[in-house]
Each structure stands twice: as C-alpha cells, then as structure tokens.
Design a protein around this ligand. Sequence first.
Ligand code: ADP
Ligand code: ADP
Ligand code: ZN
Length: 219
Amino acid sequence: MNIILFGPPGAGKGTQAKRLEKNRGLIQLSTGDMLRAAVAAGTEYGRKAKEVMEKGELVSDEIVINIISDRLDEGDVKNAPGVIFDGFPRTVAQAEELDKMLGGKGMKLNAVVVLEVDDEALVERITGRYTCAKCGKGYHEKFEKPKEEGVCDECGSTEFTRRADDNEETVRSRLAAYHEQTAPLIAYYETAGIVKKVDGMADIDAVTKQIEEVLDGLA
Ligand code: ADP
Ligand code: ADP
Ligand code: ZN
C-alpha cells in the first residue's frame, strides 16, 4: 500500500508517518528530511537547496524528483509493504512526475490522506516543534512533551534540535507556498478518486485513529 500524507507545514505528517512505520511496516519518504540530510552532508543538491529552504520557498522540482526516484530504487523500499510520501509531491509538476515514476516501477498510489488544519494552529505547532538530536523523534513544547522533561522517550538522549526554518517569519512564507503551489494538488488527486480527508485539528492519537480507519477501509 502506497500513500501520500498530505497537508500544510506542521499539519502532523511526520508525526503520523512515524506511527504508520511502526504499526504497518511502511517506509516514510520525507523529502524535507532527505533535503536536510543533503544540506548537512554538503552535497551538490544540499548546497543548492539550503538558501531556498531557509527562505521558506520550494526547492526545484528536478532536485526533489531525483531524490525520490533514487530512494524508490533502494532495497529496503523495494522490499517494504509500501511507502508513505511525506512532503512530496508539492507541485502539480511533481505529482505528474510521480505518476510516471510509479507506473514505470510497477507501483500505484492507494490513497492521498489529507490532514486538514487551520493556519493559526499551524504557526503554533511549528514554532513549538523540536526533535531529538539522536533518534529524530519529534516533540512539541505544548502538545507532545517527553514523559520525563528533557529526556527523549525513545532513546534517552538529552539533546534536542530545532529546525532553522521553524520561525514565525519563515512559517508564513511556507504557508503561502503551500496555498499557492501545493493545495491545488488536492483537486488533481480528487480526479483520480483517491482523496481521503481527515480532521487534523484533533489530538495526535485521534488523528492516528482516523488514518488507521481510512487505511483499513482500503484493504
Ligand atoms: P509536518 O511533518 O506536517 O510538518 P509534524 O508532524 O512535524 O508536522 O508536527 C508539527 C508539530 O506539531 C510537532 O511538534 C508535533 O509534535 C505537533 N503535532 C503533530 N500533530 C499534532 C496534533 N494533532 N495536535 C497537536 N500537535 C501536533
Ligand atoms: P514541513 O512539512 O514542516 O513544511 P518539510 O520538512 O516537508 O517541512 O520541508 C522543509 C522544506 O524543504 C520546505 O519548506 C521546502 O523548502 C523543502 N521541500 C521539502 N519537500 C519539498 C518538495 N517536495 N518540493 C520542494 N521543496 C521541498
Ligand atoms: Zn531520541
């Protein structure tokens, strides 16, 4: 089963993707995570992407399409029961390329799960977001605190990081990019009849439950 977790920045895509990895063995393919890894490694893609990401704009279609295409050919992905696209596609051109790519690899999309969240809630979610520096588990100052303050639930690390682009100013640009370039994809996938809308304003467990119900309904 291959799905897209779709929604604006801060909607909860990464949080829910990690849960689906655990519950269903699907593999999360986050172009944002892949781009941040490329930036950290100083690769050619990373150097090109860094400034664009800091401004809250979209990286070129060509770069993200190449990154995803390469990742889909790796062994762990090929052997998995399916993938979760997280943060990809973000433009109609990316969606069209993805259709071609999946067709060529004998894969198909089963659902586009749309997390619906109000813009004002997104700003609060993103500005309060932080991540375990060791294992990558995501947290929130208000909505998802570690059980013991300052200690990661998953790995026990006491070091955490925040993304350079998770500040209010950049968030506003990212939301504008979402509404202009990415939201139109919902209509694109509605034509294919695979859009499933979920109330992303609910708490984290309740959102997981809604997504699980959608996926159970596909099987
Ligand atoms: P995305 O991957 O869509 O950008 P994240 O999964 O990183 O979003 O979530 C953004 C922030 O909001 C994180 O700090 C996360 O802990 C928190 N969060 C995720 N889902 C919810 C929710 N349903 N309610 C409240 N906070 C949430
Ligand atoms: P979020 O879900 O919180 O917006 P991501 O981690 O998905 O964040 O993306 C971070 C940044 O990486 C984006 O603002 C954009 O600059 C770049 N990016 C990620 N995925 C794509 C994509 N599919 N197309 C273009 N740019 C992307
Ligand atoms: Zn950790």
